[in-house]
Design a protein around this ligand. Structure first.
Ligand code: C2E
Ligand code: MG
Ligand code: MG
Length: 593
């Protein structure tokens, strides 16, 4: 279908883009406007339609389900070709331009259309305010004047929208160079990391001008400022569209490659930047040489959390500086190892293989039910992670969780388990709860609360159904941090369990120090039942004590009916063990089938 294209089409599209309004959320001020139009003209449909290169997109709409239609079908594209009038089609069925239009022959069955162009300051028609009916109609000159006024109102609202977006953008920008500032970068990294957890990747390059301080001291601040501006300009011309440049400190720049990268891509971009910046700069008649050091890191290989990724890139930058000026060093490379000590993980280090396993999706979850000891009803399931190793077969968590902790990978492992477990859990019957094991190391990490919140939001799982299990097997980094995070998690409605109670790691002191809702009696405790009368009395004591503290007790590793009986007699209400079920992949799908 052919349609008229305005003579100023290229400028028109540029002006429209400049309003930063396409594909933005609904806005009640625009909604009011179309409601007024629809009520005033008594039409079932009223729209604020913006005509983009190949579509019309509705900023506000009444009476229509879709948010956009192809431009070839848009009545409004005829309106914007005649910016000085209100275009009226009294009966589309009789108009040769529209008779065969699918919007006329099919839903929404347009018969009548009137559209007043929304004109930008430069005269470009960006779209229309239009009203549509399913029956032919007449539209007199008073109607035209009214519709025109509504279009002028829409234009004022668009101006307001543009000004507000510019202000918001300015708050995220560095005033000197115009690139993103730290705040803008952090937001962008958070967005990119959200996608990393959903399976995509991204990369970060940290750049530092060599001897910038000397330039500043020798040539003065004006020249220093000019040099920073020139650097920002060169960086922007060295990266692809979609990559972001930021200045986060005096002479520190960061580039975010918001698409999957690998070490080779990072090195390539880094080298291209070094080359672009190698030419000396002419500043106020002075020729000033520029040197850079660059460190790079990638997600999810080096980190799944924004802060960790920034630290990994910063650490690689440190290695680059130590290696001598004008170098690119990528996290995990031999250059980094040689200069700043052993890496968190490399392809050769033991943790490297585990890091790759997370990336390659070699981990999977099994779930083990826990039960009401009285009725044997299933109360919930605990997620237990396994690693399907390409050569060694399935590896139990006891053989790689400690490795993850030792290599600083526990955050990545726990984040993976958390997201996957929540994803799987929402498909289970809604009467049960779910337990997830977190490494004790990680509970003190500042990212734990946002990450748990994000896993819940993404999956839609009710926080009241989630239990987080923590074993104190390694040192908790910061007691205050851990306590604060645990309180915040409980405030979300999540319950916390002290795992492996009675093993010597998890002791009474933890019940006092941290706010637990549940304690899980270690299976060693259960295995010893009946063999030693003191054991039985100790068990009764622990259960009684937990009751006094308002903490529920769940016994682990119950293998025989006799053990279950003894526990029940001692006052324990909940249990888990091979007596009922071994861990299995999503057992609830079998129940449902
Ligand atoms: P846990 O949290 O105390 O988990 C209970 C372990 O006991 C599981 O072993 C389970 O399979 C096993 N078990 C359950 N019932 C019985 C029974 O009746 N008899 C016997 N002999 N064993 C039973 P699994 O799956 O090998 O997990 C071992 C440990 O690894 C877990 O102990 C937990 O501390 C850790 N772990 C498992 N998954 C994760 C995870 O996703 N993240 C972290 N950080 N740790 C995990
Ligand atoms: Mg556990
Ligand atoms: Mg346990």
């Amino acid at each position: 279908m052919s349609y008229p294209i305005p003579g100023n089409e290229i400028e028109r599209l540029a002006t429209l883009n400049d309003y930063r309004i396409l594909d933005t959320a609904y806005d009640s001020r625009f909604d009011n406007l179309v409601e007024i139009a629809s009520a005033h003209f008594a039409t079932p449909i009223a729209l604020v339609s913006l005509v983009d290169a190949d579509r019309q997109w509705f900023k506000a709409k009444v009476g229509l389900d879709v948010r956009q239609t192809p431009r070839s079908q848009a009545f409004c594209t005829h309106s914007i070709a005649r910016p000085d009038t209100v275009t009226v089609v009294e009966d589309a069925a009789l108009d040769t331009r529209f008779q065969a239009n699918p919007l006329v022959t099919g839903a929404p069955h347009i018969r009548f259309y009137a559209g007043a162009p929304i004109l930008a300051e430069d005269g470009a028609a960006l779209g229309t305010v239009c009203v549509i009916d399913r029956a032919p109609r007449h539209f007199d000159s008073a109607d035209r004047r009214m519709l025109k006024r509504l279009a002028e109102n829409a234009r004022s609202l668009m101006e307001l929208h543009r000004r507000n977006s510019l202000l918001r953008e300015a708050a995220d920008c560095d005033a000197l160079t115009g690139v993103l500032n730290r705040r803008g970068l952090e937001k962008a990294i958070e967005r990119a990391m959200g996608k990393v957890l959903a399976g995509e990747g991204c990369g970060l390059l940290y750049l530092d001008l060599d001897q910038f301080k000397q330039v500043n001291d020798t040539f003065g601040h004006d020249i220093g400022d000019s040099m920073l501006k020139e650097t920002a300009r060169r960086l922007q011309t060295s990266v692809r569209q979609g990559d972001l440049v930021a200045r986060i400190g005096g002479d520190e720049f960061v580039i975010l490659l918001a698409h999957p990268v690998n070490r080779t891509v990072l090195e390539l971009v880094g080298t291209r930047i070094l080359r672009a910046c190698a030419l000396p700069v002419m500043l106020h008649d002075q020729t000033v040489g520029m040197g850079l050091s660059i460190g790079g890191a990638q997600a999810p290989r080096d980190a799944v959390l924004a802060g960790d990724l920034m630290r990994a890139a910063d650490r690689a930058l440190l290695a680059a500086k130590r290696a001598g000026r004008g170098q690119v060093v990528i996290a995990g490379s031999q250059e980094e190892t040689a200069t700043v000590g052993p890496p968190l993980d490399t392809d050769h280090a033991p943790g490297g293989e585990l890091a790759l396993a997370i990336e390659r999706d070699e981990l999977f979850l099994e779930w083990q039910s826990y039960h009401d000891l009285e009725t044997t009803t299933i109360l919930g399931y605990e997620a237990l992670v396994r690693w399907r190793h390409p050569r060694l077969g399935v590896i139990a968590p006891n053989n790689f969780v400690p490795l993850a902790e030792a290599c600083g990978l526990s955050g990545r492992l726990d984040a993976w388990v958390l997201f996957r477990a929540c994803q799987e859990a929402v498909r289970a019957p809604d009467t049960v709860s779910f337990s997830i094991n977190l490494s004790a190391q990680w509970i003190a990490n500042g990212n734990v609360v946002p990450l748990v919140r994000s896993a819940l939001e993404r999956s839609g799982l009710d926080p009241a159904r989630l239990v987080l299990e923590i074993t104190e097997s390694t040192a908790i980094g910061s007691v205050e941090g851990a306590q604060r995070h645990m309180q915040e998690l409980r405030a979300l409605g999540i319950r916390l369990a002290l795992d492996d109670f009675g093993t010597g790691y998890s002791s009474l002191a933890y019940l006092q120090r941290y706010p637990f809702d549940l304690l899980k009696l270690d299976q060693g405790f259960v295995a010893a039942l009946g063999t030693d009368p003191r054991g039985n009395r100790l068990l009764q004591g622990v259960i009684h004590l937990a009751g006094l503290l308002d903490i529920a007790v769940i016994a682990e590793g119950i293998e025989t009916a006799h053990q279950a009986d003894m526990l029940r007699e001692a006052g324990c209400r909940k249990g888990q063990g091979y007596l009922w079920a071994r861990p299995r992949p999503t057992p609830w799908s079998m129940v449902a089938a």
